[in-house]
Design a protein around this ligand. Structure first.
Ligand code: SF4
Length: 169
């Protein structure tokens, strides 16, 4: 997360962070990740928008119905991000998912492009995976909470069973 903000700021983007994660289960895990972002954004003086809704049933139904649950999950979250950007009059959106070597980056790019077309807001995609180790170092040094699994209840199970989610590589 940290390096994506840093790199985009280096590219002269004026950042507003947006937290929208109905995919994170259980609630306590979502709260912990949100609190981490609140503290980080505060320390960097990055404005933060938070979507407080937690439509658990709807989200689980969507994941169960999807042919590829991770693609559906990316698309849903990136669509919400693009819509929030449009609402705020922001011309571009991006995602911290782009730093993860575990996520399928072509799925993220496709989901972001679909969200961009629907909203008219430009999707800024950069492959930030080369900064992944640096992001771990920064978060460890700052004693930030690091998520132990992707987010949904399936990924929470998969980490113990050593299974890969469909959006992971
Ligand atoms: S593994 Fe991650 S990307 Fe895939 S559905 Fe679960 S939370 Fe979403």
């Amino acid at each position: 997360m940290t390096v994506v903000f840093d790199q985009l700021q280096k590219d002269d983007f004026d950042i507003t962070a947006f937290f929208y994660n109905p995919n994170i289960h259980p609630w306590k895990e979502r709260e912990r990740r949100l609190q981490t972002l609140i503290e980080y954004a505060d320390s960097k003086r990055i404005p933060l928008e938070i979507d407080e809704e937690y439509p658990l049933e709807k989200n689980i139904r969507m994941l169960l119905d999807a042919e590829n649950r991770c693609y559906a999950c990316f698309k849903e979250r990136l669509t919400a991000t693009a819509e929030k950007a449009a609402e705020l009059g922001i011309k571009n959106f991006s995602t911290t998912l782009s730093v993860s070597p575990y996520q399928n980056q072509s799925s993220i790019l496709e989901a972001g492009s679909v969200a961009s077309e629907k909203s008219g807001v430009r999707f800024i995609y950069r492959d930030f995976r080369e900064f992944y180790k640096e992001s771990i170092r920064i978060s460890r040094e700052a004693e930030m909470y690091r998520q132990p699994y992707c987010g949904c209840v399936f990924s929470e199970r998969d980490r113990y069973l050593k299974l890969k989610s469909p959006g992971q590589v």
